[in-house]
Ligand binder design. Sequence first.
Ligand code: DO4
Ligand code: MG
Length: 282
Amino acid sequence: GSAPRLVVKTEGSLYDLTAATDQLRTFEDLLRAAAIAKESIDAIADRLRGDATVLSLDVLDETAPSTPVSSGEVWAAGVTYRISEEARKAESGMPEMYLDVYESDRPEVFFKATPSRTVGPDESVGIRGDSEWDVPEPELGVVLFEDEIVGYTVGNDMSSRSIEGENPLYLPQAKVYDRCCSIGPCVRSAESIDDPHDLEMWMTISRDGEVLYDESTRTNEMERSVEELVDCHVAHDAVPDVSVLLTGTSLVPDEEFTLQEGDEVSIGLEEIGTLSNTVVEV
Ligand code: DO4
Ligand code: MG
């Protein structure tokens, strides 16, 4: 239907929590309820499942895709993996600054997107019409509620390497534009993830049915911890109650590669899910 409903999906069933209490219509409602009750989101969801209506899994297919969390803002960390530091140096006219960021106490944390610039699963991500070299950046996303880590998701930090490489002051234009960010397909609660620093992450890029890129990595390659990035992100700044912080990329296609309209990008993260989007020029 047109009104949002909050559901819990298990292996075989779909539980409509909004049928159990119409106070809970969105994931953000659940986060607020958990904070007030001082309970975890998993504990509330488990308790309400007893009063929930069980739905057929088929209804999910009819639901319009959207981001699993309406993040007030998306921020992103950069140069958190050695391969990203090397890629930035290769593309930049000012390479030394990237080594400084990789090795210094202060990480790079930048504003990435508003909800209006963020797409969900199966929607189109954008490449800029004035850019010649464009890539997806697959990243572990941390979901925050009132500065606390409540979950993890998959993110795509779409980037123009030509604009970023031309001059570091152009970074906001390389990173922030229509459809520059994708989040999804779900949020996995923080307490249900054993270790966010040891997850397999992979990405495929296909064009006209042909796979052009297929690589994987692990989040244990990250130079910094998730907690360190979050601490830096929320310090001295009133970030919105619900926000997402992307943690940097470690899958970088060869320099000859650039995205084209129509390409299909799939990003998978162990224990979380796969986020797929097609590419459109904006
Ligand atoms: O310094 C530019 C951004 C780097 C980035 O987005 C990343 O490492 O993921
Ligand atoms: Mg990035």
